[in-house]
Design a protein around this ligand. Structure first.
Ligand SMILES: [Zn+2]
Ligand SMILES: [Zn+2]
Length: 272
């Protein structure tokens, strides 16, 4: 089987509100997104399909066929719309990224005949995206940033071994990175709020437990976690999982970009 993706875009406006809640309650739960006049996003949808390569044509499906199906359904139903007012589905469902990806899946799936819809990833912006795959679960990923210094050095190795293994990264004065952290939760959207987890709750948990600890710090010198543990990105994804997991029962994955070229991820101790 071969997997392939096609990106399509659409723009829409929305707000999040529960009609029978007071203004205060809506603001408390949905924050700025509760503004009844709405706000908007340029959404990017990544449609991934899988199938067998046709030996005659050499392709699974013509990507323009995916584009045409997407244009017909996403284009007609969502593009340029105020989702709450103009779309029957979003009269009963909050137009969150979680509910939107679910809806887009149901729009496209019946129309892809020569291949199987494998995954849809919906970007609301660069730091928030949701995904749906065939297991019916929804994933929501939020991206965060911190900058930190570190020195790669294991106290289980000799000076010479550290120098030869880590080279420049073993510099006793340390060096630093722009880290980009991806926190993914998995579940079903709440029927009332449309969210797997309240985003402002997620943000404040990550802010307090991870960013405040590591942002603009020297990991070896300023943090308890890496006082005796080599602050490699490999160790960092596990440490960050352990910090967050007790407070995020739906935590699915920690992803960490150490640089633009080095990416690490961890699915928790159950993934052996
Ligand atoms: Zn929004
Ligand atoms: Zn480094």
């Amino acid at each position: 089987m071969v997997h392939l993706s096609r990106l399509v875009t659409f723009s829409a406006s929305h707000f999040y509100r529960v009609q029978h809640w007071s203004d205060e309650e809506n603001k408390r739960v949905f924050g700025l997104c509760s503004n009844i006049h709405g706000h908007g996003h340029d959404y990017v949808v990544e449609i991934m399909v899988k199938g067998k390569v046709n030996p005659k044509t050499g392709i699974v499906i013509n990507t323009t066929e995916i584009k045409d199906i997407a244009r017909q359904f996403i284009g007609n139903e969502l593009d340029g719309k105020f989702l709450n007012h103009e779309h029957p589905y979003f009269k009963d469902h909050q137009p969150t990224t979680e509910n939107l990806v679910n809806y887009i899946w149901s729009l496209l799936e019946p129309h892809l005949h020569s291949c199987e819809l494998h995954k849809i990833r919906l970007y609301e912006n660069d730091i928030l995206f949701s995904e749906k795959g065939r297991d019916n679960m929804i994933h929501l990923t939020r991206k965060y940033h911190f900058s930190a210094a570190h020195r790669l050095h294991s106290n289980k190795l000799s000076e010479e071994e550290n120098q030869s293994l880590f080279g420049k990264c073993n510099n006793p004065h340390g060096h630093g990175h722009n880290y980009y952290l991806e926190v993914t939760v998995k579940g079903q959207p709440d029927p009332t709020t449309g969210m797997i987890i309240n985003l402002s709750d997620l943000d404040s948990i990550v802010e307090q437990l991870v960013l405040e600890k590591f942002d603009h710090k020297h990991l070896n010198l300023d943090t308890e976690e890496f006082k005796d543990l080599n602050p490699t990105a490999d160790n960092m994804v596990v440490v960050i999982w352990n910090l967050l997991a007790p407070f995020l029962p739906k935590l699915h994955k920690i992803g960490l970009w150490e640089t633009e070229k080095n990416y690490f991820e961890y699915y928790g101790p159950g993934d052996e």
